[in-house]
Design a protein around this ligand. Sequence first.
Ligand code: SAM
Ligand code: SF4
Length: 350
Amino acid sequence: MSGPRDKTERQAAMVPPSSTPMIDPFGRSISYLRVSVTDRCDFRCVYCMSENMTFLPKGDLLSLEELDRLCSAFIRRGVRKLRLTGGEPLVRRDIMTLFRNLGRHLESGALEELTVTTNGSQLARFADELAACGVRRINVSLDTLDAAKFRQITRWGALGKVLEGIDAAQRAGLKVKINAVALKDFNEEELLPMIRWAHGRDMDITFIEVMPLGEIDGQRADQYLPLSEVRARLSQALTLEGSSHRTGGPARYFSSAETGGRIGFITPLTHNFCESCNRVRLTCTGTLYMCLGQEDAADLRKPLRASESDEALMEAIDRAIARKPKGHDFVIDRTTRQPAVGRHMSVTGG
Ligand code: SAM
Ligand code: SF4
């Protein structure tokens, strides 16, 4: 008898990757899928989650085999880059099985890149295995290098463990990029030292504007630091040269002559980048969000489970892409109390 993995492999072998990429109504090619493999996390970052989060019952989650089948369907439909995220992807039980199995698409050349966004807490354990699965680059989220502030912002995290994880990742040969959310009155003064630290270790660093996603305990307006201000301030200390470097994501990069590395800016609020969006996002329950900042979604779990053939699933994917919206309408100000969308970043996957 053949197991689910064999079945997926047979299907993947039978249907060659599409030569025509998925194109949305605004002419954008969709070649990048982010998958939130769990909504759970071992941290509770104050801008991401409330302290008392209600998570999905474990029974609602797609199995790793189902996630593999969904990812493989997207790859056959022209997705070239896949990022596993969450919640914290590395806390999902047996997650390395999914990485290992998806690695076959790297070997076949159907997939260009398999990556992960992680808080780093489990990296010391998994770095070698990630590299063995074909992962070459990873994003590690880190908002401060001060252990007490790290505990404050993550509520539950330990900085030392994350730093050990980054060491292990670099030893394993993974290219690490640091992602830091720029937070008003929290890490404003630290951004320059963080650039120096990251570049000193041969890591690029990207700053992110906080986005109004999900209810949290504080006010977004108290957290929001426009990156236009950050860039202006950094330019007083560093020569920032615009760079054509792209990683397939939304960051715009600058290189800094003084520190010899790149600084990325992800600016959903101050500079909308939706016109070049190439991404869609899948949740761990099989819901496809065509935009991080909109409520519209497509249920892929039903067609996935309805049949062993992927025909209905492929049709559902095409119908979803055909209604990808033009962009988000994020606003953070003192008068807008409601988040742009009710779900947290950990549900849709950052
Ligand atoms: N747990 C992993 C991590 O922290 O890297 C992956 C998931 S996390 C949701 C992905 C990224 O989203 C992190 O870099 C995090 O800082 C960022 N993030 C979370 N909530 C955000 C928000 N409301 N606005 C902007 N970035 C956010
Ligand atoms: Fe967890 Fe990442 Fe959200 Fe922090 S940002 S609570 S690490 S999912």
